[in-house]
Design a protein. Structure first.
Ligand code: C2E
Ligand code: CA
Ligand code: CA
Ligand code: CA
Length: 278
């Protein structure tokens, strides 16, 4: 029994050590990835249900890791938030997304570019200045940038977060609440946040129109948003049935695989150049 126990510990020990080592390797590699410009942005179109036009794109980061391939964000965003690399990563994303949107703007395809912002980024004292500088350096009109913030982002230091969001809003940048309905925050935060748009989380979209509870939730979000004069975009739209339901219930915009998965910038312009409003 003792021997087995000891072996058990040895096994546990070495596998723990391996995990720690993997984590450090990943951290080093990610730090280098930012310096060596291995990060890529993919873009997923956002379509208006009012006229069917492409009105925006969400920028989603990937890591083209040499010898590994395209690494999805779920595999490195959390780590980057824990070790602080998200700040450098997020600044890169912000600048790259604004520059790309400006290039499309000049090429005759003006659209709103949506950029994900981590709570860790929002907590940085210079976050507002970073946003201002990305806009200035790219030349992108402020109203063409939208920042996606989760409900949880304002919970940590409410006054500081709200102050920054108001400053950003005052520049003319749009704000969206990402993954709406999945956070722990209460509606009182929403009331104080200067937001333009709610993004209905894909978990509520997945089973409409068949799941009565999800239909009720989506209807409730749309009714509340309408009363608060907020726009709504539904994410994770994969089927015509979902699209029809959302359209009939008055949702303004959709995003999801039904229209397109996130694609690289070249594919995006090739596919959607003529689908915009202008
Ligand atoms: P998110 O912001 O909720 O982004 C939506 C995710 O859903 C994306 O995954 C997108 O590819 C995926 N998706 C889009 N349409 C559909 C659909 O019809 N069905 C399903 N099942 N999924 C769909 P992705 O690109 O892997 O990103 C995952 C998450 O990583 C994002 O979730 C976001 O939280 C985070 N993320 C991505 N890029 C950034 C970034 O630049 N900064 C930060 N802080 N987080 C990022
Ligand atoms: Ca998002
Ligand atoms: Ca989302
Ligand atoms: Ca999500």
């Amino acid at each position: 029994v003792k021997a087995a126990g000891r072996n058990g510990w040895q096994f546990f020990d070495s596998s723990m050590a391996r995990l720690v080592e993997q984590r450090l390797d990943m951290e080093t590699a990610l730090r280098q990835a930012i310096e060596r410009e291995e990060l890529r942005l993919y873009y997923q179109p956002q379509r208006s249900l009012e006229d069917g036009k492409i009105v925006g794109a969400e920028a989603l980061v990937r890591w083209e890791r040499p010898g590994v391939g395209m690494v999805p964000p779920q595999e490195f965003i959390r780590l980057a938030e824990e070790n602080g690399l998200i700040v450098a990563l997020g600044n890169w994303v912000l600048q790259a997304a604004c520059s790309q949107a400006m290039a499309w703007n000049k090429a005759g395809m003006p659209l709103r570019i949506a950029v994900n912002v981590s709570v860790v980024q929002l907590q940085q004292p210079d976050f507002v200045a970073r946003v201002r500088s990305a806009l200035k350096r790219s030349g992108l009109p402020t109203r063409c940038l939208e920042l996606e913030i989760t409900e949880g982002a304002v919970v940590a230091d409410v006054l500081d977060a709200l102050d920054k969001l108001h400053q950003i809003k005052a520049m003319g940048v749009e704000l969206a609440v990402d993954d709406f309905g999945t956070g722990y925050s209460s509606l009182s935060y929403l009331k104080q946040m200067p937001v333009d748009r709610l993004k209905i989380d894909q978990s509520f979209v997945r089973d409409i129109p068949n799941n009565a509870d999800d239909c009720a939730i989506v209807r409730a979000i749309l009714a509340m948003a309408s009363n608060l004069k907020l726009q709504v975009i539904a994410e994770g739209v994969e089927s015509e049935d979902q699209l029809t339901f959302l359209h009939d219930e008055g949702c303004q915009e959709v995003q999801g695989y039904l229209l397109s998965p996130p694609v690289n910038a070249d594919s995006f312009i090739a596919r959607f150049r003529d689908a915009g409003r202008v």
